[in-house]
Design a protein around this ligand. Structure first.
Ligand code: UDP
Ligand code: MG
Length: 312
């Protein structure tokens, strides 16, 4: 199938990291949905350093469908770096982002676009019946509260990548120079109007997230590229641990004091209190370290990703 090289109205940007199992299916469902919209469209796949057959499949999809464009990263730089690179190449008036694992049904895209008809600049999906394990959902709940407060735009689901952005917001996003960009949050700070609609969510076919627990933690701390910040994060964590232990010890000693009587001159009580505050201090130091680390990363100005190949 070949298309006229007319400019697309809708660009769909998809980060891909080892998704060989779903790509063909995803492309077929997307193409069908987009055709029904009756407007020129394109799909920009960004291969985030996949090590499985994804690259070959994307190349084949590009050969077979000229509306498919592919950007390949030299190695794995993370989902948000991939989405950003895709946005840089997208030409549409509206850019839709989507996960490659079919957890976000492509059939929801027309509803996102319909919600935009009144001029709303960003429309996010929130996963109504989220098909993820409950610890993931619990963590997300907390993160959404925190992010809402930090960004100043309350949203139910910052983690949902099924979202649509109008061109002005995309352009503003692309102007942002910072290294770690959590795109949904960043976009909300740049948009004049934001809306959220419920969307369906499917279980991951292979039941395995591409994110491990720690990767997730890192992402949620918005320290996507924070390799060199790891030590200071460990310092923060150990601070919490020491503080918690100290607090536990203090409680234990308090109860013991009531039941058995005071230990030698109350020396250990003092230690417990001391540990608690020492822990808090280490935590505070770690937090300062996070900010300093961020500044360090920004100052280095390393390119956030390296592209090895572009098919278009
Ligand atoms: N992804 C990526 N780079 C990564 C990790 C994930 O491009 O380092 C992509 C992945 O292929 C998928 C999307 O980001 O399209 C979301 O990943 P996943 O479905 O594993 O996350 P979850 O559903 O657990 O939030
Ligand atoms: Mg997923």
């Amino acid at each position: 199938m070949t298309r006229e090289p007319s400019l697309p109205v809708v660009s769909v940007v998809i980060p891909v990291f080892n998704e060989a199992g779903t790509l063909v299916d995803l492309h077929e469902r997307l193409a069908r949905t987009l055709k029904e919209l009756g407007q020129p469209w394109e799909i920009v796949f960004v291969d985030d350093g996949s090590t499985d057959a994804s690259a070959g499949i994307l190349r084949a999809l590009h050969e077979q469908d000229r509306a498919v464009r592919v950007v390949r990263f030299a190695r794995n730089y993370g989902q948000h770096a991939a989405v950003f690179a895709g946005m840089q190449r997208a030409r549409g008036e509206v850019v839709v982002t989507l996960d490659a694992d079919l957890q976000n049904p492509p059939e929801e895209i027309p509803r996102l676009l319909a919600r935009m008809a009144d001029g709303t600049e960003v429309v996010g999906g929130w996963r109504k019946r989220r098909q993820d394990p409950w610890p993931r959902r619990a963590a997300s709940w907390a993160v959404n509260r925190l992010t809402s407060a930090a960004v100043g735009v309350p949203m139910r689901d910052y983690g949902c990548m099924l979202r649509a952005y109008r061109r002005p917001v995309v352009d503003r996003l692309l102007e942002c120079q910072e290294i770690s960009r959590f795109i949904p949050a960043l976009a909300n700070t740049l948009a004049a109007s934001v809306a959220e609609i419920p969307v369906a969510h499917a279980a991951r076919p292979d039941r395995r997230s591409r994110y491990g627990l720690f990767r997730l933690l890192q992402l949620n701390l918005d320290l996507l590229t924070g390799f060199s910040l790891l030590p200071i994060q460990a310092v923060s964590l150990s601070g919490v641990l020491v503080a918690a232990l100290g607090l536990g010890f203090a409680v234990f000693l308090g109860i013991r004091r009531l039941l058995v009587g005071p230990e030698v001159e109350g020396v250990f009580t003092l230690f417990a209190i001391l540990f608690f505050f020492v822990g808090l201090q280490i935590l505070a130091l770690g937090l300062i370290g996070e900010y300093v680390g961020r500044i360090y990363q920004e100052v280095r100005r390393r390119p956030p990703y390296v592209i090895s190949e572009i098919l278009e």
